[in-house]
Every structure is written in structure tokens, then in C-alpha cells.
Design a protein around this ligand. Sequence first.
Ligand code: SAM
Length: 301
Amino acid sequence: MIHRDPPRDAARDLYRRSGGRKPGGPTPPRGEEAGTVKAITSLANPVVKELRGLHLKKERAESGLFLAEGLKLVTDALEEGWPIRTLVHAGRVKDQPLVRRAVDTAKARGALVLETSDEVLTKICRRDNPQMVVAAFAQKIGRLADLMRPEGVWVALEGIKDPGNLGTIVRTVDSVGAKGVILLGDCTDPFALEAVRATMGSLFHVPLFAASLEEFVAWKAKTGIRCWGTHLKGAVDYRTVDWPETCVLMMGNEQSGLPEAHVAACDGIVKIPMAGRADSLNLAVATAVTLYEIRRARLAL
Ligand code: SAM
């Protein structure tokens, strides 16, 4: 599968974005030694400051990092081999076997490991009742030019704005066994904390690609993959399409739906029938309903 065996160029791109000099992981924060464990209590610690900064889009963009909160998410990311820079855990959970395993893996991959207080974790997570384990990983976003033999079902999202919707869609893509998500144009940051949380860990299993509409159209022409858009003005019931095993499902954004240029890039436009007085379905719900139909024959309990 693509996410387990990323194309070489994408991997190189990733390596560059992560700022790492060491294959497989970003460098530890400045002044810190790779693979070390430190105890910290000060809120003024520069690493704490760096992690707090990852709540901001600008700092995520500059560093190429993002925060994953909670032992499940951190373990998922480590198991999928995401490059880790820093792992922070509460001192009181240090003897839990799964925490120890995460710490050992992070150390072995050259990350800085910090043991700290609940107070510091509250600051890093910017909320009461923080998670006991959080980590900073390098972001991964591929280029469509590296995906020349797409197989399976892909979801293209035009200008999606709500991070919760994006995270929910990534989770749904994972749930139906679709292959990945293509972010078209100006989309919300998939590495924003709210998006990461909403994926419930699926972010680490579902490859993400970013492209302009022009790049998408060129990729579609080169690969021959077919694409269906969803639109309230669609004349075809989504349940009547003979969905191929490999295709793209294109979704419009929350406010304005699919623009004309995107409709023109599709091979077909479908609609989900609406019986009541609601104008439209929520974007993540419409994506889920359509994906389950596309994958219906291939899903079994
Ligand atoms: N006002 C927008 C419009 O006119 O398209 C509504 C956008 S809707 C909240 C977000 C996206 O979900 C749409 O662009 C479309 O991709 C999909 N969608 C929602 N309800 C749909 C339906 N009944 N049939 C087809 N697509 C739908």
C-alpha cells in the first residue's frame, strides 16, 4: 500500500521538510541531544515553548512539525514509522508498559524524550485534563506527481475549511479501505490539532496529497483515473453509478460547493437524494454516505 511504501521522491521531500539530517527522523530541538531523556518542570523551557507553538499554523508551517496527543495516537504514529522529534510524558505514567515502549522507540529513533508534570502538559495541550503522552512528529504530504499508478478509491477535497470535517473524512477514508485524500487548492491544515484529533489516528494510515486543480487535471490525464464529483445540482443518483474499483470522489467545500472548473474536471456528477427540508448534507456526512456506496460490494463484516 502506498502509505507503507511511499514513493522515493515523496520520501525525500518529507525528509527535507522534517529538517532532519538523519534518515528516519527530524533533528532534536536546538541544544538537545538525540535519544536523551530529560526531566523538566519549567514552563519556560524552550522545548515546551516549541511544542506550544505547534498550535499555531505559522509555526507548524515553519517547522514542518505537528502535535499528536494521547498514547494511542503517538503509538499509531510510531508503529507507522512517522519521524518523531520530541515525546513528552507525565512522570506518573512512566512505568506503564505501553508508555515505556513508546519512550524506547522514540529514543531509538533519536528523539528527545521529556518527563514532566501534569501542569506542563496542561500548558502544552492548552487544556485542562491533558493527555499524559504527547509528541511532535514531522508532517507528511505527498505530491500527485509521485503517484503515477493510483489504485483504489481516492477522495479529493476542494478548499475544505473545517478541520473537524477534514479529520472525520480521513477517518472515514480509513474505515472504508479507501486509499488516500487529495487536498485541492486552499484547504484547512490537516496537521491542526483539531483535525489530528478528529482522525482518531487514521491520519497515520491514510496518505495525504496536496495539489492545485491544474496539477490534479494533469495527473488525471496521465494516470487515466476517473473522477466523480458530488453536487446539489447533480442529475444522477449516486446509487445508480457502476463504481469502478479505482476512482476519485471529489467533494466541494462547506460553503460554496464545487466550482464550475472542478465540475468540468469530473467524468460524472452525482447527487445524494434529499427528502426533507435541509438544503444539503454536512460535507463529512456526504463523503461518508457516498464512500460507503462506492465501496459497498467490497466491504464485508
Ligand atoms: N451550499 C453548498 C452548495 O451549494 O453546494 C453546500 C455545500 S455542502 C455543505 C458540502 C459538499 O457536500 C458539497 O459541495 C457536496 O460535495 C457535498 N454534498 C452535500 N450534500 C449533498 C447532496 N445531497 N448531494 C451531493 N453532494 C452533496
